[in-house]
Design a protein around this ligand. Structure first.
Ligand SMILES: Nc1ncnc2c1ncn2[C@@H]1O[C@H](COP(=O)(O)OP(=O)(O)OP(=O)(O)O)[C@@H](O)[C@H]1O
Length: 311
């Protein structure tokens, strides 16, 4: 299925000095963002809730325009949002055929591609189901299929795995690997640090409106900026297993709290594990780890409020 992206078509997409704010007086969600997305690159975007990841992805997908700065080069682009509008007056197959035609496929080619992608994602039996009657997961499979129909040169996935069942999640990871091997670029956001672990060519975090380059070692225990959490539990106990699994290192400081180093991307989950332990751990402080300098250093974060679920 993976079509090679011909050499002559390959264009990097570049964001140059891009800033975005909503409304004339709204706060800057992104500012001074420079990013190049080269053909064949797999790029992961991380960041806490509400930092601007979706805003960045919509700019990359061409669905939104920067307030300042510019976007240069526009490969054939497809986008999968986390929430797909499922109220369209079409069956799944008709919707995909219609979109295939928009992307320049003949009706027969679009019908074949629709069948193939629905089949690959385990949704073939829903081809004749009206979109409005699809479950969230099946609707998400159609969202993924619509993005893959025309074999995009740039695929932008904003938590596209959300709602997919396990086989479809695995299939989407395989498709990403196939597309990048064929020369297409893929940029994705996903809250699960294991998603495509070890595969991204680059990982960036949106921190205070800027894009911080992370080292992208592929090792989820080594990736990105780290925070130091100092936490104290009942005398003689070690931190709960859920917390130590998320940590890069755990050190007992005699007469003091435990010192836990954790990648920032997993710090909320770690704090939840500590505060949710029975009995709960007392979080003394949360600070950037000084020996891991960053392009952008996040401000020290207070342990509360804690997000209770990812968006
Ligand atoms: N269309 C919009 N109008 C006004 N404000 C918006 C709009 N879209 C996003 N924002 C604001 O921009 C900020 C960044 O939102 P965005 O959805 O890009 O963050 P995110 O990192 O993707 O968040 P999450 O991890 O929760 O999905 C938030 O404060 C959000 O309220």
């Amino acid at each position: 299925m993976a079509r090679e992206v011909p050499e002559r078509e390959q264009q990097p997409l570049r964001l140059e000095g891009v800033g975005r704010r909503y409304g004339r007086r709204g706060p800057w969600v992104l500012s001074g963002v420079d990013l190049e997305v080269a053909p064949g690159a797999l790029i992961r975007i991380e960041g806490a809730n509400g930092t601007g990841k979706s805003t960045l992805l919509r700019l990359l997908a061409g669905l939104d325009a920067p307030t300042v700065g510019r976007v240069v080069g526009r490969p054939r682009t497809a986008y999968v949002p986390e929430r797909f509008p499922a109220t369209l007056p079409f069956t799944a197959a008709d919707y995909l055929i219609h979109l295939g035609a928009v992307h320049g496929l003949s009706r027969a080619e679009a019908a074949d591609a629709a069948d193939e992608w629905l089949e690959r994602f385990g949704a073939a039996e829903h081809a004749r189901t009206p979109m409005s009657e699809l479950s969230k997961g099946s609707s998400q499979k159609v969202a993924v299929a619509q993005a893959l129909l025309a074999e995009p040169e740039l695929l932008v996935l904003d938590e596209a795995w959300t709602g997919l069942d396990e086989p479809a999640r695995g299939e989407l990871e395989r498709v990403v690997v196939e597309r990048t091997a064929a020369g297409a670029a893929v940029v994705f956001v996903d809250h699960d640090p294991r998603r495509l672990a070890g595969r991204p060519d680059a990982t960036y975090a949106v921190v205070e409106g800027a894009l911080a380059s992370r080292t992208g070692t592929g090792n989820p225990h080594a990736d990105g900026p780290h925070l130091v959490v100092r936490a104290r539990g009942p005398e003689g106990t070690t931190p709960p297993a859920e917390a130590t699994e998320l940590a890069a290192s755990v050190e007992e400081v005699p007469g003091d709290a435990h010192r836990i180093s954790v990648p920032e991307s997993r710090s909320d989950a770690l704090l939840r594990a500590l505060l949710g332990a029975r009995p709960p751990w007392h979080v003394v402080s949360v600070e950037p780890e000084p020996e891991r300098p960053l392009g952008v250093v996040p401000r020290p974060r207070r342990p509360e409020p804690i997000e209770t679920e990812s968006s």
